[in-house]
Design a protein around this ligand. Structure first.
Ligand code: SF4
Ligand code: SF4
Length: 375
């Protein structure tokens, strides 16, 4: 195995191939605090890409309620158990990644889910952690918790799926880091399904080959954000590109949120694939649970997130979520508005820091009707 630098683990790690970071890496920030589990993203993706035969139980995008929702069932718990424990020494991970824990001729540690484990994607939905005592009532502080975790392929820097494929049918595009399956080369061995720690490659029983999220590359190539991002009702998502480590630009919203302000964190970085969907952690969830899921930066990320009310630059970056279909390559915090720019540095969106407020007269003289104002 080769030695590659995993920036999320703060160390080098073993990987079957030499590292080859793309020029720019497709990346996403998801704000878990804003997701309402409406599943619009899941449906938008499904109707676009997976409405064919053999795809009935395939969701390239799914939203599960943590801690008890899973798709497929128990996916993260199973792999965490297989890997055993590990610990963080500051920002350095001391423990085995899926590649370092591989045994024998395997390229990555993993497991192959049974077909039935995909059958109930909403099992555990809205089930909370903890129990409510008899007679308890709402006092303004949550006694129990849960949160919604939206999940897609992470277009990992070191993909487990790609590492495990004996046919070299999976590749990572050098121009944007999107990970794709070449279905003409695939023979349906399912090594990728077994090796993807996020279980985001799927085996199609009808076509008998593997398939996965394609990052909506036809849209990306036109400068448009993917379907799941554009349609998100809660405006929790922003898609863009991360620069290579050490080449970050403060005016690139992805670089700024992920690498400069570190307000968004990778999902299970300890798996070692360097995933590229970054999550702003939920502020109300116990920190030990979040630490296992998002690594050591949770406390700092939440405190930075909370500072957005008085930090105009951060507020500007956060306000760009869900307000344009164009991919943003730059942004600026103006006096009263956040401004976003496309690849040609053309202004494509302006969002005010404060929503305009219009107060109407209680009685409209012209139309002779009463108006209610809702604040
Ligand atoms: S999330 Fe899974 S399918 Fe997607 S690139 Fe990573 S290992 Fe491959
Ligand atoms: S569309 Fe947005 S808010 Fe609705 S479930 Fe998906 S990620 Fe959450």
């Amino acid at each position: 195995m080769a030695k590659v630098k995993n920036v999320q683990l703060g160390r080098e790690m073993e990987y079957p191939y030499e590292g080859a970071r793309p020029e720019r890496q497709i990346a996403y920030v998801f704000d878990t605090n804003k997701c309402i589990a409406c599943q619009t993203c899941s449906v938008a993706c499904k109707t676009t890409w997976t409405s064919g035969k053999g795809q009935e139980q395939v969701f390239y995008n799914n939203v599960e309620t943590k801690p008890y929702g899973f798709y497929p069932q128990q996916w993260d718990v199973k792999l965490l158990n297989l890997l055993g424990g590990g610990s963080w020494q500051g920002e350095r991970y001391e423990g085995k990644t899926i590649f370092e824990a591989a045994e024998g001729s395997e390229r990555a540690q993993g497991y192959l889910p049974e077909q039935a484990e995909y059958a109930s994607p909403n099992l555990g939905e809205d089930v909370v952690a903890g129990s409510v005592e008899k007679g308890a009532f709402f006092q303004g502080i949550h006694q129990v918790w849960q949160f919604y975790l939206a999940r897609i392929c992470n277009h990992c820097t070191y993909p487990g799926c790609l590492a495990a494929c004996p046919r070299k049918a999976i590749y990572k595009r050098p121009e944007d880091g999107i990970v794709l399956v070449d279905q003409s080369r695939c023979r349906g061995y399912r090594e990728c399904v077994k090796a993807c720690p996020y279980k985001k490659v799927f085996y199609n029983m009808v076509t008998r080959v593997s398939e996965k999220c394609i990052g909506c590359f036809p849209l990306i190539e036109k400068g448009e954000q993917p379907q799941c991002v554009k349609t998100c009702i809660g405006k929790i998502r922003l898609q863009g590109f991360l620069s290579r480590p050490g080449e970050e630009r403060a005016d690139n919203p992805l670089d700024y949120l992920v690498r400069i302000r570190k307000v968004a964190l990778p999902l299970y970085p300890q798996y070692g694939t360097e995933p590229n969907v970054y999550y702003i952690p939920p502020v109300h969830v116990p920190r030990d649970f979040l630490g296992q899921m998002f690594g050591p930066g949770v406390e700092e990320a939440i405190s930075t997130y909370r500072s957005a009310a008085t930090d105009q630059q951060l507020l500007a970056a956060l306000l760009l979520f869900g307000n344009t279909s164009r991919i943003l390559h730059g942004f600026r915090a103006d006096k009263t508005e956040a401004v976003g720019f496309d690849a040609e540095q053309k202004e494509v969106v302006r969002v005010p820091y404060t929503e305009p407020f219009f107060k109407r007269d209680f009685f409209d003289q012209k139309r002779k009707v009463y108006r209610l104002n809702v604040t």
